[in-house]
Design a protein around this ligand. Structure first.
Ligand code: ADP
Ligand code: MG
Length: 558
């Protein structure tokens, strides 16, 4: 193809793609604009995961009438004036790209009232062109409605159809901003249903309670540390309160929500030795430092920051965490597994590499299992196996739990759950609390393979169960599952919890004799899981005794 200059329309769409990757990016840019406009109330609404509609309303300063069209031009911003301002950015936005990018890929309506104007103004844009403008009254503030996202952008639209998780991303995003700005009253409505609401009372613990539940909020430890460079504030969980994913790590730099491997590592360092593998704390950490110590202009979506003095920030955050944990009595009893890496006889070495924080473990290539040859079973509980580097003792229950947990979640995400119909329905009677939990979760449970019908007066008929449970005790399994769904903890963890419960009930018990074939099958399945070395609760599935260690123990080498 001969070289030619792209038309402005194509250029705009390409550039827009860098800022607006997906619906949640629209929500992020609009919320940031509302915060920059000093709003104290921000209402977010999403429909169909944001693909159909994202609407953000605020009570901020509004957009003055004469600037209204300009706000939708590329590189039009009221937040910086020139190059010199880039060194001291105090606002969340500054590139003047977001509104222009959004109008390039969606239909946009804005309704705003600035205090300097006699009345409000309404503007509607389609394909980046103003199609309507009129005066329309409203209280001070701005509402921006974005609809039919990526409609003129087929490549992205296709991607969007294939993801069903956008609503969750938007909910997560709003939670993060609510944590970063406890003094702002946030609300989120998803498909017409109220999903989240904070009071704007300014108390971080209260916001944590709204998002993660009052029990978590109450147990969190206050973080307050004036470091050499940075001020570090927030709330962090005690070592006994952990989650199996890193989704509960909220990091803010100068009130900007960031993804920062540096801060993640610094936090993990602060918890060093206190958490088992696969466990992550619940953390809300706000780092404040002089604007010139920070470069926020390294990515169009502004989700990453670069610190001028990384070492200083790292050590300030690590110390802040260490100090807060040291203040709690729980920290005195480290939650290490019996055979921790430092223990004299055995080492669980592959699970934690020296100098690596616990957070990084899940991503290390060492998570994969080498090929293992089954040698036998010990105490009807452990599988003994040989690998390229020594001996492995595998906890058969923990290992099978991991296998089933992964299978349950994979089947569910493929919407291909194996179900076992019961010839005789089983009747189950529940306590009021269990009844409430089940009632709210009938749909979710059916997605995991349960067919349960109300049968009057807190009793239910179980007609089908997930196939992984076939041989288990059905009533016991369902009751345990309901107990694990803690309403206060919020639904974000429920799927994990259901999978954990099913895994626990559906797996081989300790004390059960296994044939060599069964053990081989188990190891083979374990090899195929994402995290073969830990069970879903984060405990080790195996102990590794390396050849080197053996040789040392037997005095073959010194
Ligand atoms: P940036 O935020 O980088 O300045 P945007 O394209 O996001 O660029 O917004 C352009 C301008 O529109 C902003 O600089 C601001 O002046 C104005 N604006 C956008 N949203 C709002 C809002 N909710 N309230 C007040 N002004 C807004
Ligand atoms: Mg902006």
């Amino acid at each position: 193809m001969a070289i030619r200059t792209l038309t402005p329309d194509v250029v705009a769409k390409i550039a827009a793609g860098e800022v607006i990757e997906r619906p949640v990016s629209v929500a992020k840019e609009l919320i940031e604009n509302s915060l920059d406009a000093a709003a104290t109330q921000i209402a977010v609404e999403a429909r169909a995961g944001g693909a159909e509609l994202i609407k953000v309303s605020d009570n901020g300063v509004g957009i003055p009438s004469e600037d209204l069209e300009l706000a939708f031009q590329r590189y039009a911003t009221s937040k910086i004036g020139g190059l010199e301002d880039l060194d001291r950015i105090a606002s969340l936005g500054f590139r003047g790209e977001a509104l222009a990018s959004i109008t390039a890929v969606a239909d946009v309506e804005v309704h705003t009232q600035a205090s300097s104007d006699p009345t409000g103004n309404y503007l509607s844009l389609k394909e980046g062109v103003v199609v309507r403008r009129e005066g329309r009254a409203r209280p001070r503030g701005t509402t921006i409605t974005v609809s039919r996202l990526f409609r003129y952008f087929p490549a992205r639209l296709k991607f969007l159809k294939s993801t069903s998780t956008e609503g969750g991303h938007i909910a997560h995003l709003v939670s993060q901003y609510a944590l970063a700005f406890p003094e702002v009253k946030f609300s989120l409505t998803v498909d017409g249903r109220p999903s989240m609401r904070t009071t704007g009372g300014g108390d971080l613990r209260e916001v944590v309670g709204e998002i993660y539940g009052p029990e978590v909020a109450q147990r969190m430890i206050r973080l307050e540390h004036k470091g050499g460079l940075a001020q570090v504030d927030g709330l962090i969980s005690p070592p006994a309160l952990t989650r199996s994913t890193r989704n509960y790590l909220s990091l803010f730099v100068n009130r900007r929500w960031v993804r920062s491997p540096l801060l993640t590592r610094a936090t993990a360092e602060g918890y060093r030795g206190l958490l088992s593998d696969g466990q992550h704390p619940v953390v809300v950490i706000a780092v404040s430092l002089p604007a010139q110590e920070l470069d926020v202009n390294i990515h169009p979506a502004k989700a990453q920051v670069k610190f001028c003095n990384e070492q200083a920030v790292f050590s300030d955050v690590r110390k802040a965490v260490e100090e807060a944990l040291a203040r709690t009595p729980v920290a005195a009893s480290p939650k290490a597994t019996p055979f921790s890496p430092g223990s004299p006889v055995l080492q669980s070495a592959p699970m934690v590499m020296d100098n690596e924080p616990a957070f990084a473990v899940a991503q290390l290539p060492t998570m994969e299992l080498p090929i293992l040859r089954v040698l036998g079973q010990l105490a009807n509980t452990y599988v003994i196996a040989e690998g390229p580097d020594g001996l492995y003792l595998i906890d058969q229950h923990a290992a099978h739990e991991r296998v089933i947990y992964d299978r349950v979640l994979a089947q569910r995400s493929r919407k291909d759950v194996e179900v076992q119909g019961l010839l005789q329905p089983v009747t189950i009677e529940l306590s009021p609390r269990e009844d409430e939990t089940l009632r709210c979760n009938l749909d979710l449970l059916s997605e995991f393979g349960f067919a349960i019908e109300p049968f009057g007066n807190r009793s239910y008929l179980i007609r089908a169960i997930p196939a992984v449970l076939t041989e288990g005790d059905i009533i016991g399994a369902v009751t345990m599952l309901l107990d694990s769904l803690d309403i206060r903890e919020g639904p974000s963890r429920w799927e994990d919890k259901i999978a954990e419960s099913l895994a626990c009930h559906g797996s081989i018990r300790a004390g059960q004799q296994l044939s060599t074939e069964e053990m081989r099958g188990l190891i083979k399945q374990l090899e195929q899981t994402g995290q073969p070395r830990t069970c879903p609760h984060g405990r080790s599935t195996m102990i590794h005794l390396s050849t080197h260690r053996l040789e040392k123990e037997f005095g073959r080498i010194s």
